[in-house]
Write a protein that binds this ligand. Structure first.
Ligand SMILES: Nc1nc2c(ncn2[C@@H]2O[C@H](COP(=O)(O)OP(=O)(O)O)[C@@H](O)[C@H]2O)c(=O)[nH]1
Ligand SMILES: [Mg+2]
Length: 350
């Protein structure tokens, strides 16, 4: 996601607003005395390899728990029915889910037949290709088409990683010269408001917050109004971690959505459902239920670094037809990445 391209306002690049200070991570500033073109290329290159290295290390548990097992299975084996069955088992254990496992294994069976493959090891490359295909079928990046303020609503159960992700996203957008306004829509707990405030201070963006227990609809209203008045580029609204079983809380979430839509005069640009990858198949029911309350436009899958069962990403993408737009691979500012199917599969299989 490069918001300035999405907005088509490259002029923003020239207006150097102070970049947020990622002091926590000790990133050094690049000297602007060096030839800019070379610097840009180097930056691009090191940014790319940095991106991949972080992705790879973020996925290390899943690599061991899923791809590592596939590797061990197919090595030195010929292809027979038993091999397919054992492969299915590994995939189910990695949370790929039954329908998606069946889909992938059927594809492999078909290709093994048509392409006359006999060695198990050849099937591993095929699996990687099929995973890329499956993920790309439903791949979309964050879309902030504006007009400003672009609006992002962030929903999901308590503890999924909403507030942290909003902090990371604000950092990222600000680094790309966007002015960002946060809305502390989780009014249920004082700690939730404070937590977003801390992120806003750290990143250096504005925040609209009311007191604990106040109406989240009023926060939504004020956030949109302030974003318009201050001519913010992007507003990001946090929401309470409504348990999907509590109907009244879901109703409240739809109300917040209606208020944002009304005040904006259009749908929010994104309604992102934050899902914790470590919650396994429960992620699927969360996605279904939240989608009934608000028109979820994409998923942010967090804590991929904390699970060996990252296969859930395949289930979410294939079964729900909801694109995974961003992934969280750690707790630092920079541990939020655009989801790229090819890079993801490459990191998993390398
Ligand atoms: N390891 C890891 N932890 C994360 C990630 N995203 C969020 N967390 C942690 O998950 C916990 C809950 O996050 P929070 O943002 O408060 O969730 P919320 O209740 O949905 O707002 C916090 O301790 C975060 O630091 C991630 O991608 N990786
Ligand atoms: Mg929160």
């Amino acid at each position: 996601m490069v918001w300035k391209e999405l907005f088509g306002r490259k002029d923003k690049v020239e207006q150097q607003s102070p970049a947020p200070n990622p002091a926590q991570e000790g990133e050094s500033e690049v000297s602007d005395l060096v030839d800019e073109t070379v610097e840009d290329e180097l930056d691009d290159e090191s940014a790319r390899s940095g991106f991949f290295t972080r992705l790879k290390s973020g996925l290390s548990k899943t690599r061991q728990g899923f791809v590592g097992k596939v590797e061990a299975l197919v090595k030195g084996r010929g292809i027979d029915d038993e091999l397919f069955e054992e492969l299915e088992e590994i995939m189910i254990q990695a949370d790929v889910g039954f329908p998606t496992t069946m889909h992938l294994v059927d594809r492999l069976r078909e290709r093994v037949r048509v392409e006359n493959i006999t060695e198990g090891i050849q099937m591993q490359t095929m699996l990687q290709e099929e995973i890329v295909d499956l993920l790309e079928d439903n791949c979309e990046s964050l879309t902030l088409l504006g007009p400003p303020p672009a609006a992002i609503m962030v929903v999901g159960v308590n503890g999924a990683g909403k507030t942290t992700t909003i902090g990371k996203l604000a950092y990222r957008l600000k680094s790309e010269q966007a002015t960002v306004l946060l809305g502390a829509g989780d009014t249920f707990r004082a700690a939730a408001i404070d937590q977003l405030q801390v992120w806003a201070d750290r990143v250096g963006v504005d925040i609209i917050a009311h007191n604990e227990g106040s109406d989240p609809g009023a926060v939504a209203f004020d956030t949109v109004a302030a974003a318009k008045a201050r001519k913010s580029d992007v507003l990001i609204l946090d929401t309470a971690g409504r348990l999907q079983t509590k109907t009244n809380l879901m109703a409240e979430l739809s109300k917040v959505y209606r208020i944002v839509t009304r005040e904006l005069g259009r749908d929010p640009d994104e309604i992102l459902l934050v899902v914790d990858a470590t919650t396994g198949q429960n992620a699927m029911s969360q996605a279904k239920l939240f989608s009934e309350a608000v028109p979820v436009s994409g998923i942010i899958l967090t804590k991929l670094d904390g699970t060996a069962k990252g296969g859930i990403i395949l289930a979410l993408s294939h079964e729900l037809k909801l694109p995974v737009k961003l992934i969280g691979i750690g707790e630092k500012y920079t541990d939020l990445q655009d989801f790229d199917a090819k890079e993801f599969a490459r990191a998993l299989f390398s």
